[in-house]
Design a protein around this ligand. Structure first.
Ligand code: ATP
Length: 588
């Protein structure tokens, strides 16, 4: 397939933010796409080469891309930099530079999607001391044969700046229309995506086997399932209202969620955001196969750091010490854990997500044998507010965050946040407090004791509709010397010269960061704001929402990707809930 077809489609899509128009462009693109490149096109559309869980990253820096443009065009780097500074987009700057070149040279050959994809893939795989030169060679060879438009979009993919604003749902709408003639089939595609986390694979199947292939879509081992998530509730009373008369309650342990895929000796661990984390937990890799009594399975558990002497649960931050590349054996000894199982999604070659909670828990207890290291999450069946309250107190005393409440007769709904699972956390119960997971987008230099670190951070929510990060508050409290230091180390490599285009902020920061880190904050209240951009125009024209008295809780949420951060919708719903609570209180 000619790459120019894809580049033109990218250009059309970039010029609109309307979902219907985007869908239409995608449908037209899919109709021109041969079956054997559909998965590649699907990944490229999202600026990726493979599904996220495979961890294939391009990681090409601007400087290196400029060297490749210079090599291909024979134009000095300084001139390329000047062109870049004029517009702020290296893809478009390259097009301008190459336009000058194409006036003097002939295009050698047309480039295909397959060639671009294979070359990008080779670049992603390069490692070691010679890799820089090889990358430049590969990129410039593509640019040699690319016309200016093609070059723009090769560079945007390489630099990770391709932002078409096509959410996964829009891609699925278009796939359903293009290959089944019916947008309603999106639901089925969504299910396939939720149990495979691989949109390219879903696209491939509908393109080759049609909607029938999607109906028969199977869960596969070592292909992670998107996790089921819970709705927040504020009180025991609200639990009863939403769950009816009999339900399961489990401790909500404060650890790291893990999806364990296991077959014989082969075992792989995926995080909540479906990143492979097996390397951080060699103790799980070694010990779990020994207590596992089935042919194969996909299990879910919460990994929790413990005090080895007392067996008490320790807070999530302790697990941060495990996230390291080197000396992991030392960390295993110093930071012991337990694995606390709470679900089974697949077992002995069969899908278990359609079984009820009750049946899944029974199966789990059959195939995993408990010992010191592997436990079942404490669970009880309850009916009344008193029973919830008692279990809540036990759970807090044991060092957990609160409770998870689960409907007994409901299946596992992969990839969705809904009311079949609820969470009741300690902080939700105090009137104003609530925790939010926010994206760090900017920093302000510290003064006094905080010189040499960022005394204050600028934070953002995630706006799913526009795929952007609108600012919601500055946070300057809740930091310890240790956490300031840790954040400084993590954030420094993320500094950018130009604000990432996905950041939506009127407030100017001292430095801008690539939006890549999520931290947890609590606040006393959500208020309307003339400066901040979260939920802009949603409640009142020209006003956004902001957090009042935000405070960092100490939790750096390394297990969350930025698209998992609190969304504008969540903040709106908290804002409305808070106003309703205040109103109810006034009536009392
Ligand atoms: P949070 O920020 O509250 O941890 P989340 O967005 O990560 O929420 P939710 O589904 O809303 O995910 O809350 C459940 C989370 O709590 C899970 O992701 C998991 O890490 C953790 N957890 C602890 N105990 C349990 C349990 N018994 N069942 C399910 N999840 C549990």
């Amino acid at each position: 397939m000619q790459y120019s077809i894809l580049a033109e489609a990218f250009e059309n899509m970039e010029s609109t933010r309307k979902r219907l128009e985007l869908t239409q462009h995608l449908v037209e693109l899919f109709e021109k796409t041969p079956q054997d490149v559909i998965s590649k096109i699907t990944y490229l559309l999202q600026g990726k080469l493979r599904p996220d869980f495979e961890g294939v990253e391009l990681g090409v820096a601007e400087k290196l891309a400029m060297r490749a443009i210079s090599k291909s065009s024979g134009i000095a780097i300084k001139k390329i930099e000047d062109e870049y500074n004029k517009g702020g987009d290296l893809g478009h700057a390259a097009a301008k530079i190459l336009e000058q070149k194409t006036q003097t040279t002939f295009l050698v050959e047309n480039i295909t999607v397959e060639r671009v994809y294979e070359t990008l893939f080779k670049i992603a795989r390069l490692e070691g001391s010679k890799s820089q030169d090889m990358k430049i060679k590969y990129i410039s060879s593509l640019l040699n044969d690319a016309n200016p438009l093609e070059a723009t979009y090769i560079l945007k993919i390489l630099l990770g700046t391709l932002r078409l604003g096509v959410a996964e749902n829009t891609v699925m709408d278009a796939l359903a229309i293009a290959y089944s003639g019916n947008k309603e089939n999106r639901k089925m595609l969504e299910h396939a995506y939720n149990v495979s986390s691989d949109l390219g694979k879903v696209a491939q199947i509908i393109a080759t086997e049609g909607i029938k292939g999607i109906e028969e879509f199977k869960i596969e081992l070592f292909n992670p399932i998107r996790p089921m998530l819970a709705d927040r509730v504020k009180s025991e009373n609200e639990v009863i209202e939403k769950m009816g008369n009999k339900f399961a309650i489990e401790y909500k342990l404060d650890g790291e969620r893990v999806q364990i895929h296991i077959e014989g000796d082969k075992i792989e661990l995926f995080s909540r955001s479906l990143e492979k984390i097996s390397n951080y937990y060699p103790d799980i890799i070694e010990k779990i196969p020994k207590i596992f009594e089935a042919e194969n399975a996909i299990l879910e558990a919460e990994i929790v750091a413990i005090n080895e002497n007392t067996g008490d649960f320790l807070p999530f931050q302790e697990l941060m010490h495990r996230r390291r590349k080197y000396k992991i054996e030392k960390a295993v000894k110093e930071y012991p854990i337990t694995v606390n199982f709470f679900d089974v999604l697949y077992c002995n070659g069969k899908n278990c997500t359609e079984l009820s909670y009750h049946e899944r828990r029974k199966k789990l207890e059959k195939i995993v044998k408990e010992n010191e290291f592997a436990k079942y999450i404490p669970m009880t069946i309850a009916e009344t507010e008193n029973e919830i309250e008692e279990f809540f107190e036990n759970s807090i005393n044991a060092g957990s965050e609160g409770l998870m409440l689960k409907m007994l007769d409901k299946p596992y709904q992969a990839g969705s946040r809904g009311s079949h699972w609820l969470k009741l956390k300690r902080e939700y119960r105090n009137e104003l407090g609530d925790s939010l997971d926010l994206v760090v987008i900017g920093g302000f230099f510290g003064k006094g004791r905080r010189t040499g670190s960022y005394g204050t951070l600028l934070l953002a929510t995630y706006d799913e509709n526009t795929d952007t990060f609108p600012s919601i508050c500055k946070v300057g409290t809740g930091f310890t010397d240790e956490s300031l230091d840790q954040l400084y180390q993590i954030l420094n490599p993320k500094i950018t010269i130009k604000k990432n285009p996905r950041i939506n902020s009127e407030m100017e920061a001292d430095v801008w960061f690539e939006p890549e880190l999520v931290i947890e904050v609590v606040a006393s209240e959500i208020t309307l704001s003339p400066i901040h951009k979260t939920a802009i125009n949603e409640i009142r024209k020209d006003a956004g929402l902001a957090l009042r008295f935000p405070k960092f809780t100490g939790k750096i949420r390394v297990e969350k990707i930025v698209e998992d951060a609190s969304t504008d919708e969540e903040v709106i719903s908290l804002y409305k809930g808070q106003n309703k609570a205040a109103h109810d209180k006034n009536l009392m």
